[in-house]
Write a protein that binds this ligand. Sequence first.
Ligand SMILES: Cc1cc2nc3c(=O)[nH]c(=O)nc-3n(C[C@H](O)[C@H](O)[C@H](O)COP(=O)(O)OP(=O)(O)OC[C@H]3O[C@@H](n4cnc5c(N)ncnc54)[C@H](O)[C@@H]3O)c2cc1C
Length: 189
Amino acid sequence: MDVVFVGAGPANLSGALHLASLIKTHNAEVQSGKRAGAPLGEIEIGVIEKGAAVGAHILSGAVMDPRALRELIPDFVEQGAPLESPVKEDYFLYLTKKHALRSPITPPPLRNHGYYIVSLNRLTAWLGEKCEAAGVNIFPEFPGADILYDEGDRQRREAQTKLRTGSRSSRQGDGAGRRPARLVNQTAH
Ligand SMILES: Cc1cc2nc3c(=O)[nH]c(=O)nc-3n(C[C@H](O)[C@H](O)[C@H](O)COP(=O)(O)OP(=O)(O)OC[C@H]3O[C@@H](n4cnc5c(N)ncnc54)[C@H](O)[C@@H]3O)c2cc1C
């Protein structure tokens, strides 16, 4: 792997997808002569996730501001992003034991018009599929445990990050049968 993201949450999946897209654009532009420089070639991007599947450890429901997703995937609605519903109404309520008192105004930070109600679990799984379609390698059941640096060599030689599967152990505390992973920064040969 050339680039490894630790954790398949929405942030890292978006980052991996964006990186894959930037590399693809760069290579295409260099090839067509639109951009100077050398093509980057095959850059292996990996995302490791300690959960059994992408989204398995993402449990919150969410009201999503779609601004970032729109930048990443402009036609996310047409592409079938799992959106439950657009937000249609906002209320700010003060709850007593028996009543709900509606505020005449909804404070600006709590206004969600234009946002979407999503299951973040489903949205994350969908982003994972988009990543895989873009050539990103996803490794579920893969808890990252350590990052090991070789301080001396790192300054003098190119460092290469390598994924290594360790022996089964309970050291990572993530349950029996899981594959503990180590992120090892090694010097390139
Ligand atoms: C109850 C609740 C309600 C929320 N409601 C909203 C809302 O309405 N609207 C909103 O915008 N936001 C909401 N949030 C916040 C939102 O969930 C987070 O901002 C968002 O999930 C952060 O995304 P992330 O990718 O940075 O990290 P996460 O979603 O936390 O993803 C991290 C991923 O990395 C994996 N991981 C962690 N450590 C390792 C490791 N060592 N090795 C391998 N994998 C690892 C985890 O299993 C997980 O899959 C809510 C959060 C909670 C808890």
